[in-house]
Design a protein around this ligand. Structure first.
Ligand code: ADP
Ligand code: MG
Ligand code: MG
Length: 206
């Protein structure tokens, strides 16, 4: 995983978010305040403007994370921002990561996000897509898979985790205000989190 590939990952994420911002906002209108698409499109577009400045992987991830925190506005901004900043803090000042080092960075990012959001699995949040994806990535590598197969496994697990949020009753964020009425709707944040792994699979070329 190189600096250039990571920059391409975040560019591709921004493009997928932009293509799907209306859909993300529709999802958020059912169980939130109808701004997740706009929030994420604004934040990821701002991230893209800084990608060329980065000379190291940690610099790129930290800058991207800080940009999300300062531009997104909604709950999702500080959470995605923490994910990327903590990833950056875990990599060190390098221009290339081995697949297992990238997995450790993802894990550190997820742990930071969970600590910040005080979120558990099955709260019907982005964690329900991110956590199984990172577990699948690690499990694939432990089984001897290469980066391509590990990312493919992560992408599939993220999509399954996203889909599994539909029947859940939300326990965090605005959707939790609806109580039982939040069931039957896919979580917007879990949907954007699955796009993060779609973007990774696209740039790795699985
Ligand atoms: P807001 O709810 O402030 O309008 P967004 O609409 O951008 O923010 O993001 C909503 C998403 O944020 C939800 O779909 C959910 O996935 C995620 N989310 C909300 N609260 C938490 C939390 N405590 N931990 C993890 N994710 C959360
Ligand atoms: Mg919202
Ligand atoms: Mg909002």
């Amino acid at each position: 995983m190189t600096l250039d590939l990571l920059a391409d990952w975040l560019r591709r994420f921004a493009a997928i978010i932009d293509e799907n911002k209306t859909y993300l906002t529709e999802l958020d209108s059912a169980i939130g305040d109808a701004d997740h698409g706009a929030n994420m499109a604004r934040g990821t577009a701002a991230v893209v403007t800084h990608l060329d400045e980065a000379t190291t992987i940690d610099g790129l991830l930290k800058k991207a994370g800080m940009t999300l925190v300062s531009t997104v506005g909604g709950t999702s901004g500080p959470l995605y921002g923490t994910l990327l900043m903590k990833m950056g803090m875990a990599t060190g000042s390098v221009v290339e990561l081995e697949p297992d080092q990238f997995g450790k960075a993802l894990r550190a990012g997820l742990e930071g996000l969970i600590a910040r959001g005080k979120t558990e699995l099955e709260d019907k949040t982005m964690v329900d897509a991110l956590s199984p994806a990172i577990d699948a990535y690690d499990a694939a590598l432990a089984d001897g898979a290469d980066l391509w197969d590990a990312v493919d496994a992560a992408q599939q697990a993220a999509a399954a985790g996203r889909d599994a949020t539909t029947p859940m009753v939300a326990r965090k964020g605005r959707a939790s205000y609806l109580g039982e009425r939040s069931a039957g709707h896919c979580d917007p944040g879990a949907t954007s989190s699955a796009y993060l792994f779609d973007a990774l699979a696209d740039v790795i070329g699985t």
